[in-house]
Write a protein that binds this ligand. Structure first.
Ligand SMILES: Cc1cc2nc3c(=O)[nH]c(=O)nc-3n(C[C@H](O)[C@H](O)[C@H](O)COP(=O)(O)O)c2cc1C
Ligand code: SF4
Ligand code: SF4
Length: 446
């Protein structure tokens, strides 16, 4: 069994699976049960400033998007930060940390954007023995209207300023949790780094409305005839989160800044993908809310088995895919593929034909007996047929060997990679040819 022990900004945990700040980590009862189930750490549900706690709605607070099998794909919520008194949370955090010293206990905080407010709460959190803090600059609803959460996370200068206060007033590691409700995630990440953050975590939830009730004409979840935008999370947001994590990992300004990956992690594969793109660990919320704390057993077993199969240690996985994330202009245009249909696996449903005929390149033929075949002279290798085919691996993309003539373009596939930066159609390329018709690589002379 591979060693899953993790050291994230000096915070040790027996595995890289932490529960994200949310209902699963809102109280002692939950966190104890999570630790018993095997979670490596938690980020406690966000604490607010001293005084009367926030008040949640008393109607439904979730909206859901389902797949055809009613599997939960996306979850939307209008919940606020913890609605329990600060002193109760602090007391419970201290007790749980005392009883589970080997688990990571990070406390999420969101107080007004004033130095005194941060200065006031940090010693109380430190006193619990917690391992670190996470600054919640992410909540897109409720708190943002009060100048907190994503209202701070959308202004890099505020992020830098608050992070600096926290580094000034506590010795605990500071993790800055970023909102995805922003155009360029590299900006807030760089601001966090400038402020002295030990790490960033992302993503928090995405602004969303999951449904509109077409009888009462109000968004869901509906509270007495009205609805509000909420935060979207779960498997549906994973692609957005992965891209944002990779952007931070490969940007020269933030490269090397530790990242805690969050967003739709449901299986060990999801976790491994986040880690390959640069996350030092992952946090999970929706999957635990959907399937319970027990999923951590499969997360641990799966990741461990994968590492063993690859003969890799966990740190070797972190960032392994980052060098392979590039900008479009650097993709090899001499990598030419064609779709191939496995006739034995094909169930003759015709979806590939409909997709390619109506919306792609008319590159699949259908015979009278419903045999579907790819026409290489038309196939642009877009991959759509693979994506819509209901039978896994029935359609695959096969590379044309260098030296082969692509029947679509009539050009010989070159062994040497070539990308847009040197393409003759690119006005910025040294090989630019205004009529756009000349080959990038000249044919050998007769
Ligand atoms: C009901 C609910 C409440 C949440 N509350 C908080 C919170 O108090 N603080 C916070 O930083 N994130 C909060 N989140 C966001 C999660 O921590 C996490 O960033 C997000 O759900 C994405 O992860 P997931 O796709 O695994 O759910 C909440 C999420 C949900 C679903
Ligand atoms: S890869 Fe694209 S163009 Fe080629 S057959 Fe499939 S859908 Fe058509
Ligand atoms: S979509 Fe797949 S299974 Fe359906 S006809 Fe095409 S190749 Fe066959």
């Amino acid at each position: 069994m591979a060693d899953l022990t993790t050291d994230f900004v000096g915070i040790k945990s027996p595995n890289p699976f932490w529960l994200a700040s949310a209902p699963p980590t809102d109280k002692e009862y939950n966190v104890r049960r999570a630790f018993e189930a095997g979670w490596g750490g938690v980020v406690w549900k966000t604490l607010g400033a001293e005084g009367p706690p926030v008040v949640n709605v008393n109607g439904p607070r979730y909206g859901a998007v389902y797949g055809a099998d009613r599997r939960l794909l996306g979850l939307n919520n209008i919940e606020l930060i913890t609605d329990r008194p600060l002193e109760v949370n602090l007391r419970e955090i201290k007790q749980v940390k005392r009883d589970y010293p080997d688990r990571a206990m990070v406390v999420s905080i969101m107080v007004p954007c004033e130095e005194e407010a941060w200065k006031a709460i940090l010693p109380h959190v430190e006193e619990t023995g917690a391992d670190g803090i996470e600054l919640n600059f992410g909540c897109p609803h409720g708190m943002s209207e009060r100048g907190m959460g994503s209202a701070v996370g959308q202004v890099p200068e505020y992020i830098e300023m608050v992070t600096r206060w926290c580094k000034m007033y506590t010795r605990m590691p500071v993790i800055v949790k970023l909102t995805p409700n922003i155009t360029d995630i590299r900006k807030p990440a760089a601001a966090a780094k400038r402020g002295g953050a030990d790490a960033v975590s992302l993503i928090n939830t995405i602004n969303s409305i999951t449904h509109v009730d077409l009888d009462i004409f109000a968004p869901e979840p509906t509270i007495d005839g009205k609805g509000s935008h909420g935060g979207y999370c779960g498997p549906a947001v994973k692609p957005i989160a992965l891209s944002m994590v990779s952007e931070i990992a490969r940007d020269p300004e933030t490269h090397g800044l530790p990242i805690s990956g969050i967003g739709g992690v449901t299986t060990w594969r999801d976790a491994a993908e986040f880690m390959a793109l640069g996350a030092g660990n992952v946090q999970v919320c929706t999957a635990a809310m959907t399937y319970g704390f027990g999923i951590v057993k499969e997360l641990k077993a799966g990741l461990s088995r994968y590492l063993d199969e690859k003969a890799m240690a966990l740190p070797d996985l972190v960032g392994r895919a980052v060098p392979n994330v590039t900008d479009w202009q650097h993709l090899n245009l001499e990598y030419v593929t064609k779709a191939r249909i496995d006739q034995d696996a094909c169930i003759k449903c015709g979806r590939c034909y409909a997709a390619c005929e109506d919306t792609s390149h008319q590159a699949i033929s259908m015979s009278a007996d419903r045999t579907f075949e790819v026409i290489d002279a038309e196939c642009v290798a877009c991959n759509l047929c693979v994506d819509v085919c209901p039978v896994e691996d029935c359609i695959t993309m096969e590379r044309l060997a260098p030296g082969t003539v692509d029947p679509r373009t009539g050009k010989t596939v070159q062994a040497e990679p070539a990308d847009w930066t040197t393409h003759p159609n690119n006005p910025s390329s040294p090989n630019y040819v205004p009529d756009g018709q000349t080959r990038m690589v000249e044919e050998p002379a007769e």
